[in-house]
Design a protein around this ligand. Structure first.
Ligand code: SF4
Length: 164
């Protein structure tokens, strides 16, 4: 069972185009100025089954964004769900996390989720680097990463500039 705080059916702020964004409960990063501190609690929101969420994604027929909270708070559960989004619906997946790429790539626990993601927006929100003119990220330190190209090439493929 997944724990979901909110679902946006057609948002334009969590990646290119209109997307179905799913916001998962649980986050360890505690960024100063966090847009949604109630999302830190892993018991926030409500339970949702994979079937329910897949139906919503299918109905809207948009690409998908996984956000939170932090989807990497429950990487095994979210990886299982993300794999179904890919295998059963073939949707492009963006994912937001407070972890840095360099930490994620060294952690075997995160690997199955990482492998399902097309684009990762990484790193904690830093209030001193906040910039409201940035597209798809809140602070200058956050990066937009082509995950599949990065895994293939064995090095970070940073595509942040292509969204400036
Ligand atoms: S990673 Fe995101 S949800 Fe978590 S504390 Fe930072 S801004 Fe808030």
């Amino acid at each position: 069972m997944l724990r979901v705080i909110d679902i946006s059916e057609g948002t334009s702020v969590d990646g290119p185009g209109l997307r179905t964004s799913i916001y998962f409960a649980g986050c360890v990063h505690r960024c100063e100025g966090c847009h949604n501190p109630q999302s830190w609690d892993p018991q926030a929101g409500r339970d949702a089954t994979e079937e329910e969420l897949l139906e919503i994604i299918k109905y809207n027929d948009f690409p998908v964004t996984l956000s939170g909270g932090d989807p990497f708070y429950n990487p095994e559960l979210v990886a299982h769900f993300a794999k179904r989004i890919k295998n059963e619906l073939g949707k492009n997946i963006w994912c937001y996390t407070g972890y840095k790429w360099e930490y994620i790539i060294e952690n075997d626990r995160f690997r199955p989720l990482l492998e399902q993601i097309d684009v990762l927006v990484d790193s904690s929100f830093i209030l001193a680097q906040r910039n409201i003119s940035l597209r798809f990220r809140g602070s200058e330190n956050q990066r937009i990463i082509d995950v599949q190209a990065s895994l293939k090439e064995g090095k970070l493929v940073d595509i942040t500039k292509s969204f400036d």
